[in-house]
Design a protein around this ligand. Structure first.
Ligand SMILES: CC(C)(COP(=O)(O)OP(=O)(O)OC[C@H]1O[C@@H](n2cnc3c(N)ncnc32)[C@H](O)[C@@H]1OP(=O)(O)O)[C@@H](O)C(=O)NCCC(=O)NCCS
Length: 207
């Protein structure tokens, strides 16, 4: 009986993420190869800030050519439902970062990633985006768990998930992939039942 109810409820959810989501002054929009110049510019301007944490944040990795090539990928990912990569835009459509949902932690779960242009940090943008992506993830059929991972040394990134109700459930040794990482990955988890039981948003940056 419970299984049937669950199936009916689940069938009301989408299979593919929305291409655009707006939330409290930030717009998340599906990235395409046409966004390569804006992504390359924002990431290049933020190299020193991103470099310690993002393996791709090198002069070559943020170049227009690499980004154009890379951004041809999300089109196929999106349509297959295997991953969703969004640009973060201000209302005037300036690109100020990127974030995404990745299907790399099992069939009923999605992992959130994010980065913000160095000139736009500490304004709650990553928290808003991760909150919006949490809602997008739980709006998808079959998704029961959302996770955010970051290296223990990445204090800024680790500050985002607890603001949204995620719980720290583990630390996993990993091979550092970027120069700032110390090799201990924090695993932050939010289950659907916890998300559904969350209190109404009390502040603009709450979940
Ligand atoms: C991590 C990152 C996305 C945070 O973006 P942001 O938009 O500045 O985050 P928010 O404004 O939502 O900040 C959330 C909280 O993080 C903490 N925080 C953010 N930047 C911080 C910093 N430089 N030092 C310490 N704490 C920081 C604060 O507690 C902040 O809340 P507060 O401003 O209310 O105190 C951004 O710093 C970034 O792009 N870092 C490089 C890329 C990266 O590490 N990505 C994640 C990989 S796992």
């Amino acid at each position: 009986m419970r299984r049937r109810a669950r199936r009916i409820e689940d069938s009301g959810r989408g299979l593919i993420a929305p291409e655009e989501v707006e939330r409290d002054g930030v717009i998340l929009r599906r990235l395409t190869a046409d966004d390569a110049p804006a992504v390359s510019r924002a990431a290049t301007e933020s190299l020193e800030h991103l470099g310690p944490w993002m393996p791709w944040a090198t002069p070559e990795g943020t170049s227009l050519e690499t980004q154009r090539e890379r951004l041809l990928g999300p089109a196929t990912l999106w349509n297959s439902g295997s991953g969703y990569e969004y640009g973060i835009f201000l209302p005037d459509r300036t690109l100020v970062g990127g974030c995404g949902l990745h299907r790399r932690i099992g069939p009923s779960a999605l992992e959130i990633g994010y980065w913000v242009h160095v000139d736009h940090t500490r304004r709650g943008i990553a928290t808003e985006c991760a909150g919006a992506l949490t809602a997008v993830g739980f709006g998808l059929r079959g998704i029961e768990r959302m996770e955010i991972h970051c290296d223990e040394a990445n204090v800024a990134s680790a500050s985002v998930p607890p603001k949204l109700g995620y719980r720290l459930t583990g630390r996993v040794d990993h091979e550092p992939e970027a120069p700032g990482e110390v090799g201990s990955r924090l695993i932050w988890v939010l289950y659907r039942r916890e998300w559904e039981a969350r209190p109404p948003r009390a502040t603009p940056s709450g979940a």
